[in-house]
Each structure stands twice: as C-alpha cells, then as structure tokens.
Design a protein around this ligand. Structure first.
Ligand code: B1M
Length: 211
C-alpha cells in the first residue's frame, strides 16, 4: 500500500489493484491529495508521454485510464476541498449527428487524469446544449469531438452559437477527432486542436494558463 504501487497499477492498467491499493493507502493514513497527484496523475502523465513516443497504444492507454478511474472512485469521497487545485473545468461532447464516443471518452479520462474537472455531455450534442452547459457550468474549456466529415460543420455551428450567446470570450474551444485538423480548427475560430488524447491534455493546460 504505497503510492508507488498505485502508480504501477495505473501504468499497467490493473484496475482492481489500483482500487485496492488506493483503499489500503487511505487506511494507512496517506493523504488523498498525495495519492492523487503522486500516484494517479503522475502515472497518467507518463502514460501520455509513452503514447506520444509511440511506446504505448490506444487500448493500453484506455485500460490505464480505466484503472485510474477505479482509483479515483475510491479516492473522490476523501478528497477534501483544497486537496488538489483543479487546473480548470472542461465540458466535453461529441458534436450533433455524431455517435462516436471512444476517442472523446479517452480525452475526458486523460483530462481527469490531469486533474481537470470534466463534464461529459455525451454524443450527438447540439450547439444549443453546448451553449447551455457553458453558461450553467461556467466552464473554462469546451472540448468538441467529431469523427465524421459530415459532422465537422457542427463544430463551426457551436463556435457561432457560443459567439451569439456572448460566451465566446469566456470559454476556450478545443477540437479534435480523426478528420479534424489544425487548419480546420483555425478556420472555424477554435482556440486549440489536438490530434490525440495526450496532446489534448497538454493543449487544455496551455489554454487555461493563457486565459
Ligand atoms: Co464509424 N466511422 N460510423 N462507427 N467508425 C469511422 C469514423 C470511419 C472513418 C470508418 C470508415 O469508413 N473507414 C467512417 C467516417 C468516414 C468519414 O466521415 N469520412 C465512419 C462511418 C462512415 C460511420 C457510419 C456513418 C457508418 C454507417 O452507419 N454507415 C456510422 C455513423 C454513426 C453516427 O455517428 N451517426 C458509424 C458508426 C460507428 C459505430 C457505432 C459502429 C462505432 C462507434 C462506437 C462508439 O464510438 N461508441 C464506429 C467506429 C468504432 C468507427 C471506427 C472504426 C473507430 C473510431 C474509434 O473509436 N477510434 C472509425 C474508423 C477509424 O477511425 N479507424 C469509424 C479509436 C479512438 C480512440 O480514436 O476516435 O480518432 P478517435 O479519437 C482519438 C483522436 O481522434 C483524438 O483523441 C482520440 C484518442 O487519441 N480525439 C480528440 C478525438 N476526439 C478529440 C477531442 C479533442 C482532442 C482530441 O478535443 C476535445
């Protein structure tokens, strides 16, 4: 029941061990904040780096993220306010007309792994739903995912709806998904583009620190 064992379990995608070790560490009096930052977040940061170096692949990253979520479920009730300062609040969703959610879920899990508060609106999310959530949640970032060339225009519609709602200067917009490119992100006026879940986390950090 050491933080190193939790780190290792997350890296290996061993969800039962990650949860059990987290429970044991809490019972041994290790602060929840330390388990989170030195165990879960540190492991997911390394997972992201290995993925970017081509030494880890999507399925391994997914199971690592699930192990991290298992540990987080044990940890959450013990995290006192102030234990960890969230870098920001991100609303994620797959845009209108699009039901693909594997990549979006991975992005959400990696953001959570980096300490962000993530609100997941699911799939087929209309511009109006993004606007409503941005307003109600006072989000720092709207993260949109699209996997179909036919649903990419929904991203532009959402940027326009946020502008019309007067929220555009209050929220950063991050876009991604297989057909999305930096050029498309620039064209629709998004603040950031990321090709994968690991770089989405890095981009989100950049966007909140530049705000
Ligand atoms: Co669909 N599908 N699909 N599909 N599907 C694709 C996307 C397609 C490329 C397959 C193909 O033809 N080769 C094609 C799109 C073609 C195009 O638009 N040009 C396609 C099609 C056509 C369709 C249907 C129209 C098929 C039909 O019914 N005739 C239909 C559409 C349904 C709809 O959405 N309305 C459809 C349905 C489905 C399933 C339901 C069967 C299933 C989705 C299940 C689910 O998501 N729950 C499915 C799947 C699985 C795929 C493929 C095979 C895999 C997608 C995936 O999950 N990849 C896909 C082909 C492919 O990509 N090889 C395909 C793994 C995932 C981890 O990667 O989602 O790219 P990805 O996410 C990455 C990055 O893109 C990035 O980070 C992620 C992790 O690294 N990223 C972000 C994603 N979102 C981000 C957001 C960010 C930042 C980064 O910031 C916020």
């Amino acid at each position: 029941m050491t933080i190193a064992a939790i780190y290792q379990a997350v890296m290996e995608g061993d969800a039962p061990t990650a949860s059990a070790q987290t429970q044991a560490a809490l019972e041994a009096g290790i602060p929840a904040g330390s388990i989170l930052t030195q165990g879960c977040i540190a492991a997911m940061t390394e997972v992201g780096q290995l993925f970017e170096q081509g030494e880890m692949f999507v399925p391994e990253m997914l199971i690592a993220a699930r192990a991290m979520q298992g540990a987080m479920n044990v940890l959450k009730p013990h995290l006192a306010e102030g234990d960890i300062k969230s870098p920001g609040k991100v609303i994620v969703g797959t845009v209108a007309g699009d039901l693909h959610d594997i990549g979006k879920n991975l992005v959400g899990m990696m953001l959570e792994g980096a300490g962000f508060e993530v609100i997941d609106l699911g799939t087929d999310v209309t511009a109006e739903k993004f606007v409503q959530a941005a307003r109600e949640q006072n989000a720092d970032i709207i993260g949109m995912s699209a996997l179909l060339t036919t649903t990419m225009p929904s991203m532009q519609a959402t940027v326009e709806a946020l502008t019309e709602a007067g929220l555009r200067d209050k929220v950063k917009i991050l876009v991604g998904g297989a057909p999305v490119t930096q050029g498309f992100a620039d064209k629709i006026g998004a603040d950031g583009y990321a090709p994968d879940a690991s770089s989405a986390t890095r981009k989100a950090r950049e966007l909140v620190s530049a705000a």
